[in-house]
Design a protein around this ligand. Structure first.
Ligand code: NAD
Length: 280
């Protein structure tokens, strides 16, 4: 079993034949400097879209643009450096995305984790997590919605998690944020009047650098092998032996924004290998 961070190849990206998948259409992708956000930015560029790649990590954004160039993506990845905890920067980033063409799509992907029991959870950390994973997606949507309508319609996709369906201990801020993102998704569906669709994406563990890097430490802490960390701790209830790759999640955003998903509105793409729907 491989627990290496996967390499994204062009053939891994699902390409959809869609009239709106051209360089005139802009997709704003948050968290685009790493993991799932990077894969989504690159996958949308491979599908021909212009991507406004938002992150606080400028170096990481450079690597994302370079990856799209390496893969000879027909669409461009344009870095938009912004801190999602700063309202002015968020609003300016949405405007910068709209300056690149017709803003049609938004992927709210940026996220952070902190593990601590509820009774000890630091409230400043809680606030930052809500700012990045709930407030910013609401603010981005608030400013993007009229622009998407002006462009003739589009969609907002929000990266939730299995933790938006059920929860594990010691992750209260993350659990609350992921449930909230599903509320935002349904609110956009309600107010988008069919012109702006919305969907969320819920997966279990994905092979991002963040997850792969914690495997050796978890193995050492629990005195188990790395294979046992993946199979017993991370996959747990899932009917699978392999974690998802970031590009598998990116392809769900490619699908959700496309005409194939024209009747997907307000719902959640739960791709969790049965984790939340089966028991023992
Ligand atoms: P990651 O750490 O690889 O990437 C997160 C990105 O968000 C980073 O580039 C980071 O710089 C950016 N970010 C954090 N705070 C920011 C801020 N204030 N302003 C701008 N950018 C900021 O994480 P990932 O594993 O790719 O996760 C991406 C999303 O997917 C998160 O919302 C996460 O909760 C969700 N998710 C991840 C997994 C998983 O197993 N990796 C599973 C389900 C859901």
């Amino acid at each position: 079993m491989s627990v290496e961070p996967p390499t994204l190849e062009r053939d891994d990206v699902h390409v959809v034949d869609d009239d709106r998948y051209t360089g005139d259409s802009v997709a704003l992708v948050t968290g685009a400097a790493s993991g799932i956000g990077r894969a989504t930015a690159v996958a949308l560029a491979v599908n021909g879209l212009t991507v406004a790649a938002l992150d606080v990590d400028a170096d990481g954004l450079g690597e994302t643009s370079a990856k799209a160039t390496d893969l000879e993506a027909p669409g461009e990845v344009r870095p938009v450096e912004a801190d999602l905890t700063d309202d002015d920067e968020v609003i300016a980033a949405v405007e910068a995305a709209a300056d690149l063409g017709d803003l049609r799509f938004v992927a709210n992907i940026a996220g952070i984790q902190h593990v601590a029991p509820l009774e000890e959870f630091p409230m400043d950390v809680y606030d930052t997590m809500q700012d990045v994973m709930v407030r910013a997606p609401v603010l981005v949507s608030k400013h993007a919605l009229p622009l998407i309508r002006d462009a003739g319609g589009g969609a907002v996709g929000n990266m939730a998690s299995v933790h938006g369906h059920y929860v594990t201990s010691d992750k209260v801020a993350y659990n609350v944020a992921k449930f909230a993102l599903r509320g935002l998704t349904q609110s956009i569906a309600a107010e988008g009047d069919g012109d702006v669709r919305s969907f969320s994406v819920s997966t279990g563990y994905v092979k991002t650098p963040l997850v792969v890097d914690q495997i050796p430490d978890t193995a050492a802490e629990r005195d188990i092998t790395e294979r046992e960390v993946v199979e017993d701790v991370m996959l747990g209830q899932a009917r699978a032996t392999e974690l998802m790759d970031p590009v598998d999640v990116a392809n769900l955003f490619v699908l959700g924004f496309s005409k194939l998903a024209s009747h997907l509105n307000g719902s959640d793409l739960t791709f969790d290998d049965g984790m939340t729907l089966t028991y023992e």
